[in-house]
Design a protein around this ligand. Structure first.
Ligand code: SAM
Ligand code: DTB
Ligand code: SF4
Length: 325
């Protein structure tokens, strides 16, 4: 595991001729992972829209006129129902997302702690993405049984202010640091297709690779352009850019799960197969991401059967580490 990658080294990897890059990434993938095993998560937006932030890609910012079903925090019962469906569909992890800048210590947070406890009781890995959290909030989530916290860097430090102005890169890193003070695993990655330069992709991977330890999970999202947001008109991310980004992430973050995240509805099975070859070993499944469509369980089952992929069991990694060390 290296935390001293230079930007020049990462750039050289990113620019390796594609066929060689794929081979190198697939080789690293096989050294650290079972290449047929894929971690499958489902997402639920537990509080949708009305967010104070100005993230220029997001359907949930109150600053943009978008077509989403705004709602306040769901009930614990609604969330449990959705988690049970996700489990029945084959997901081992359930991720709850809230359109908040940050968590407040109030009744809503108590309700979320209850949701975490209940989903944990279903023997699923529980994940939350709730915006910024303090160390004491992270500790409470840990006590409730949270397995992972998702908090993306989204882009490079240099490009951050072009995408989001209502918080800083340092704010993001602080939250990741607070999560690291607990046993909760870190899920952090970003988006490509925001209009960023190649240097920004490299710089984001550089920052992720300098986190010690590396995030256990690294989502690579292709921008889903949302009507009404400042990024509504952007060129589609090509399969080749997605493959390059995933392969480079796989090489510099060899042990992490690299998640082929938003954007799969735009990709055929051939394109997704290349991403799995390049080292992606995790996906979001279920017909909805947070507010946008995703391939449904049946489509993914067909893809898994076709490619010979197998969903990873809940806690398999944690158990494997307990056995090996
Ligand atoms: N509010 C919390 C936050 O910002 O951390 C959690 C929810 S937020 C929607 C989670 C992540 O989803 C974002 O950091 C971003 O990486 C991703 N995301 C949101 N909208 C997206 C879009 N249109 N296309 C691709 N990824 C998106
Ligand atoms: C992540 O990196 N991608 C997911 C999850 N973490 C929370 C969210 C993708 C959202 C795509 C746009 C939407 O559905 O609103
Ligand atoms: Fe709010 Fe998160 Fe969307 Fe930004 S990405 S507007 S913080 S919900």
């Amino acid at each position: 595991m290296r935390n001293n990658w230079t930007k020049e080294e990462i750039k050289a990897i990113y620019n390796t001729p594609l066929i060689d890059l794929l081979y190198k990434a697939a080789t690293v993938h096989r050294e650290f992972h079972n290449p047929r095993e894929v971690q499958v998560s489902s997402l639920l937006s537990i509080k949708t829209g009305g967010c104070t932030e100005d993230c220029s890609y997001c359907s949930q910012s109150a600053r943009y006129k978008t077509e989403i079903n705004v709602h306040k925090l769901l009930s614990v019962q609604e969330v449990i129902e959705s988690a049970k469906n996700a489990k029945a569909g084959g997901s081992s992890r359930f991720c709850m997302g809230a359109a908040w800048r940050e968590v407040r210590d109030n009744k809503d947070f108590d309700k979320i702690l209850e949701m975490v406890r209940e989903v944990n009781n279903l023997d699923m890995e529980v994940c939350c993405t709730l915006g910024m959290i303090t160390e004491s909030q992270a500790k409470k989530l840990e006590e409730a049984g949270l397995y992972a916290y998702n908090h993306n860097l989204d882009t490079s430090e240099e490009n951050y202010n072009n995408v989001i102005t209502t918080r800083t890169y340092e704010d993001r890193l602080n939250t990741l640091n607070n999560v690291r003070k607990t046993k909760i695993t870190v899920c952090s990655g970003g988006i490509i297709g925001l209009g960023e330069k190649e240097e920004d992709r490299i710089s984001m991977l550089y920052t992720l690779s300098h986190l010690t330890p590396h995030p256990e999970s690294v989502p690579i999202n292709a921008l889903v352009p949302i009507d009404g947001t400042p990024l509504e008109v952007q060129a589609n991310v090509t399969t080749w850019d997605m493959v390059r980004m995933i392969a480079t992430a796989r090489i510099v973050l060899p042990k992490s799960d690299v998640r082929l995240s938003a954007g799969r509805t735009q990709m055929n099975i051939e394109a997704q197969a290349l991403c799995f070859m390049a080292g992606a070993n995790s996906i979001f499944a279920g017909d909805k991401l947070l507010t946008t469509p995703n391939p449904d369980f049946d489509q993914d089952k067909m893809m898994f059967d076709l490619l010979g992929l197998l969903p990873r069991l809940a806690y398999a990694k944690q158990n494997a580490e307990a056995v090996c060390c």
